[in-house]
Design a protein around this ligand. Structure first.
Ligand code: ADP
Ligand code: MG
Length: 152
């Protein structure tokens, strides 16, 4: 299978708990490359648009409040089967059901406060990546070669 991209968000709860490095380490250990990254704070409007497919659900209002309560780290991940692979690294959504060894098993503290977001389909991955990053802010590895170190 060809390389695929997915959008990852490290949510405000994880940033507050100082577990950004742990989450990134799990991502890299799963064979995924971080090819774009930024820290930002979502406005209500941005969060509402990003999660518009959940509009009307009973958790929607709180989700927007939570996602705008502090900064987030948004990242583009690249690798084989990146969408499915990263969803597996994240673990299941509902609190207490995330599989052993997953980010959510370790860091979620409720249904809402579950540390991470990951795209759930190729269509949504394209939409979500475009929501945060123009192509020129994404750095796929095949475009770069380490320079030869003359002192090595
Ligand atoms: P996922 O993030 O696993 O794709 P969803 O797309 O279903 O899950 O939901 C988006 C986010 O909304 C979840 O990550 C979580 O933060 C929140 N959420 C989902 N379901 C609930 C719920 N029943 N109660 C509170 N928050 C929820
Ligand atoms: Mg989702």
């Amino acid at each position: 299978m060809a390389k695929e991209r997915t959008l990852s968000i490290i949510k405000p709860d994880a940033i507050l708990k100082n577990v950004v490095g742990d989450i990134q380490s799990r991502i890299e250990s799963a064979g995924l490359s971080i090819i774009a990254v930024k820290m930002t704070r979502l406005s209500k409007k941005q969060a509402g648009l990003f999660y518009e497919m959940h509009k009307g659900k009973d958790f929607y209002e709180y989700l927007i409040k939570f996602m705008t309560s502090g900064p987030v780290i948004v990242q583009v991940l690249e690798g084989e089967n990146a969408i499915r692979n990263y969803r597996k690294v994240m673990g299941a959504t509902m609190f207490g059901t995330a599989e052993k060894g997953t980010i959510r098993e370790k860091h979620a503290t409720s249904n809402a406060h579950n540390a991470v977001h990951g795209s759930d389909s190729p269509e949504n991955a394209i939409r979500e990546i475009g929501f945060f990053f123009p192509e020129r802010q994404i750095y796929p590895k095949e475009n770069y070669k380490l320079s030869h170190d003359p002192n090595a």
